[in-house]
Ligand binder design. Structure first.
Ligand code: PLP
Length: 401
């Protein structure tokens, strides 16, 4: 054949997208998709937040021209991001130690950070949690790194095996890049507490490791401030570190691709050098970020009224997920399950690692039209008052065997 693509093989299907396709093709009216990674409201819809809508209407009225943004994005946006990460009066921000880039979602932030790190030290090892968001491995491998794991989840306790995690980090070579989930660990829902974070910070310091903190769910566990506890501890430590943050979930702006890469350096002079080099990474990838999503987020965060409205709406999403957690636990028990699911209320964020086996997940699909990831991860935000009884009953049936 003469095709230039003759040697191109079919790539394996993305497991989550494959799940969505199978769900779409399912003709059962009662079907439920718990495999998703987005927040749905009680009507099963992705909300357009009122604060976002108000900011969009104002922007439409103002009709600003669409010139290019600076390579690092809008200053107003980047400042607002730093405020969320480090608090309103941050010593490290005031000292000029933080540089922020408006990025294409949390994923784009991770990729720009990974590409920059690879230019600094291509031989560095990257460690991700076991398990982790599946794109972490693929993304750092695509940047050129060798990716390994550190121990994290303990299926027995359904929590973090913290001693094993610390041992894993202690065994890493100096310069190893450690990807950490700031809160609402995906997929397990198991987070570290403040005391444990302080210990992680110390091991990172002792071993000379590089922390790359992924914060995709700020505000989904306990609130905007408490969910930033890990960042505040890293900020106080004086260490240099990376943060990839995202507004996809917290602003329900998935498709607008709004996130940020923030790099904390030892001082202002280092920040200037880092800024200049990361700009080259961005310039040769997508040149500069799009205007709309970042402008909306910045407008909401910097207007007292809109910000209050957004914080209330975010609290509403957080509370609804919590309500679904406790209701699911109660309803599974009421349906006569021979297994206790109370751990679900201790897990944080959008997901629950249910402990359901591959076979049980398969039965949910075959017998009930309920779709979950084969790892047993379900999205609590896909539950609502219309489907929770059905789902709880189905789970109770499959665990009875
Ligand atoms: N990091 C984690 C842990 C996530 O779960 C996600 C989204 O699912 C992301 C990053 C990426 O978010 P975004 O859609 O903003 O790229």
């Amino acid at each position: 054949t003469s095709s230039i693509f003759a040697a191109v093989e079919m790539a394996p299907r993305d497991p989550i997208l494959g799940l969505n396709e199978a769900f779409q093709a399912d003709t059962r009216a009662e079907k439920v998709n718990l495999g998703v990674g987005v927040y749905y409201d009680d009507n099963g819809k992705i909300p357009l937040l009122a604060a976002v809508r108000a900011a969009e209407e104002a922007r439409l009225q103002a009709a600003p021209p669409r010139g290019y943004q600076p390579i690092e994005g809008a200053q107003m946006y980047n400042k607002a991001v730093q405020g969320l990460l480090f608090g309103p009066q941050s010593a490290l921000v005031e000292a000029g130690r933080a540089v922020t880039f408006e990025a294409l979602g949390g994923t784009g932030a991770l990729k720009v950070g990974a590409d920059f790190l690879f230019r600094i030290d291509p031989k560095a090892q990257v460690l991700i949690s076991n398990p982790s968001w599946e794109n972490h491995r693929a993304l750092f491998e695509a940047a050129g790194f060798d990716v390994g794991t550190y121990p994290y989840y303990d299926a027995q306790t359904r929590g973090v095996d913290f001693p094993a995690m610390l041992d894993g980090l202690r065994a890493a070579d100096a310069g190893t890049i450690v990807v950490l989930h700031a809160c609402c660990h995906n997929p397990t829902g198991a987070d570290l507490d403040a005391t444990q974070w302080a210990q992680v910070v110390e091991v990172i310091r002792e071993r000379g490791l590089v922390a790359f903190i992924d914060m995709a769910y700020q505000g989904f566990a306990d609130g905007i401030e408490p969910d930033a506890v890990a960042l505040r501890l890293f900020a106080e430590s004086g260490l240099e570190f990376f943060v990839a943050s995202s507004f996809s979930k917290s602003f329900s702006l998935y498709g607008e691709r709004v996130g940020a890469l923030t790099i904390v350096t030892e001082n202002k002079e280092t920040s200037a050098r880092v800024l200049s080099q990361v700009k080259r990474v961005v310039r040769t990838n997508y040149s500069n970020p799009p205007t709309h999503g970042g402008a909306i987020v910045a407008a909401v965060l910097t207007d007292a009224g809109l910000r209050k409205q957004w914080e209330d709406e975010l609290a509403g999403m957080r509370d609804r997920i919590r309500l679904m957690r406790s209701a699911l636990v109660e309803k599974i028990a009421a349906a006569g399950a021979n297994q206790d699911f109370s751990f679900v209320v201790r897990q944080r964020g959008m997901f629950s690692f249910t402990g359901l086996s591959v076979d049980q997940v398969e039965r949910l699909k075959q017998e009930f039209g309920i779709y979950a990831v084969s790892s047993g991860r379900i999205c609590l935000a896909a539950l609502n008052s219309g489907n929770i009884d059905y789902v709880a009953n189905a789970i109770a049936q499959v665990v009875k065997g």
